[in-house]
Design a protein around this ligand. Structure first.
Ligand code: AMP
Ligand code: GLY
Length: 426
């Protein structure tokens, strides 16, 4: 099968690395890809939001399956575009249509969806410019901290959490006045949930679903969860508190009702669903849905899947997912994200990366890298996620950190405490 994978992060390198192990794969193209995906397939320089040019590439290269890594093309309707074009209709799609992607693309939609199907989530209300006064009142009815969310996609920056009510009211007004452009024309205000976060993932063909390995992501830039929010600085899978009892609650209260809800609303969903979960005293609550895999969670979840990933994708596209048994490696995988100094704010690109050839017993998944004049250079805030297997967290993280120690570039930064909180939880 000829496959085109869209995206250029650590998630896409991991998916490409895994698909490259399949006998069912003929040709793999990644658009736009990075210096890592080059080892698993052919990079193609395409604007992934220009659906027409993606379509033309698919026809010219006999692409039989399109896999969409990031959320933006999904929310903007790439799958709807492929389904509506006669010459593209035959291409299997891994990713939901625009309506399904609303689970991620609109917080207001996802909160209403959860309300309709009794899926546990924080109490909330949505406000627009016309109802800002009601928003101020609603804030008063809540206890600090106050959680404000831009309704639409805001590149991971649309959630503001504040301790002080006056600051929260100012933030609400700013958001409704366009702080995040159209994304914050509607703002969801919700109750703060106290607990430990984790990420759960499923693949679904719209009828049945399979649970993939769960993960814990480390979102803040600094050790001990200090400093600015990032896309994710590291991850661990499995998550020790997500034991059988917790996972059963999650499946009964969250996963199954979500799939049933989509079916009930005739939203055909063939793709990944990412559940951002808060464990509140042993009970799962949904913080958010995403219509894609997480990054860097993919770098720890996907290596633990023993199945042929292309076979899973084919079963999803054919509506046969029910027949697949997901076989999960019991070992732990950790990943440590190496970033550029300054990230998640301003940083420099183009720094030569050395030492990649010396890495042992771990897998460096590339994120912001590119090949330039035969050299691999930094090309983003998040540069390389170093994943490793171990019989426990300690062993895996030692190997990840050994890998991090031999890879170098000017301005290299990483968190030193990935997984350490989970070791203490035992
Ligand atoms: P989101 O983009 O919805 O994942 O939110 C970003 C981060 O804000 C989450 O990963 C949580 O750490 C935090 N967060 C969001 N909603 C809540 C909530 N209701 N209670 C506590 N923390 C939250
Ligand atoms: N690591 C969180 C995300 O992918 O949204």
């Amino acid at each position: 099968m000829n496959i085109l994978l869209l995206g250029s992060g650590g998630r896409e390198h991991t998916l490409a690395w895994k698909m490259n192990q399949s006998n069912l794969l003929k040709k793999l193209f990644i658009a736009p890809g990075n210096a890592g995906t080059l080892q698993a397939g052919t990079n193609v320089s395409l604007d992934i939001l220009n659906f027409e040019s993606v379509g033309i590439f698919c026809i010219e290269n006999n692409i039989e399956m399109l896999i969409v890594g990031p959320e933006e093309p999904l929310v903007k309707g790439i799958c709807d575009y492929f389904q509506s074009e006669e010459r593209l209709k035959h291409i299997a799609l891994i990713g939901p249509t625009k309506t399904g992607a609303q689970l991620e693309g609109s917080k207001d939609f996802s909160k209403q969806f959860m309300e309709r199907y009794n899926i546990p989530t924080a109490r909330y209300k949505s406000f627009t410019r016309d109802t800002v006064a009601d928003g101020f009142q609603f804030l008063k009815s809540l206890q600090a901290p106050y959680v404000l969310k831009a309704d639409g996609l805001a590149a991971g920056k649309g959630v503001i959490i504040l301790e002080n009510i006056t600051e929260a009211q100012i933030a609400l007004a700013d958001m409704l006045e366009g702080k995040f452009g159209d994304a914050s024309k509607t703002v969801v205000i919700e109750e703060y949930l106290h607990g430990i976060e984790m990420s759960a993932f499923v693949v679904t063909d719209g009828k049945s679903y399979k649970i993939l390995p769960e993960a814990k992501d480390y979102k803040r830039i600094g050790d001990s969860d200090k400093g600015l929010n990032t896309g994710g600085m590291g991850a661990v899978s499995p998550v020790l508190f997500a034991n059988d009892e917790f996972m059963k609650k999650l499946e009964d209260r969250v996963i199954r009702p979500t799939i049933k809800g989509l079916l009930n609303e005739s939203i055909h969903y063939c793709g990944f669903i990412f559940f951002g979960i808060m464990n509140v005293k042993g009970d799962p609550y949904v913080i958010e849905y995403n219509a894609r895999m997480g990054d860097p969670e993919t770098e720890v979840a996907v290596p633990r899947i023993k199945n042929d990933l292309v076979e899973i994708f084919i079963a999803m596209a054919k509506g046969n997912l029910e027949k697949i048994n997901i076989d999960i490696d019991k070992r732990t995988v950790t990943t440590v994200m190496m970033v550029s100094e300054g990230y998640p704010e301003a940083y420099e690109k183009g720094k030569e990366i050395s030492g990649l050839e010396c890495v042992e017993n771990c897998i460096p998944f590339h994120a912001g890298t590119k090949l330039e004049d035969e050299k691999i250079v930094t090309n983003g805030g998040r540069v390389i996620a170093v994943s490793a297997f171990g019989k426990n967290i300690q062993e895996a993280r030692n190997l990840s950190y050994q890998g991090v120690a031999v890879i170098n570039y000017e301005g290299k930064y990483f968190r030193k405490d990935i997984g350490s909180d989970l070791m203490n939880l035992k």
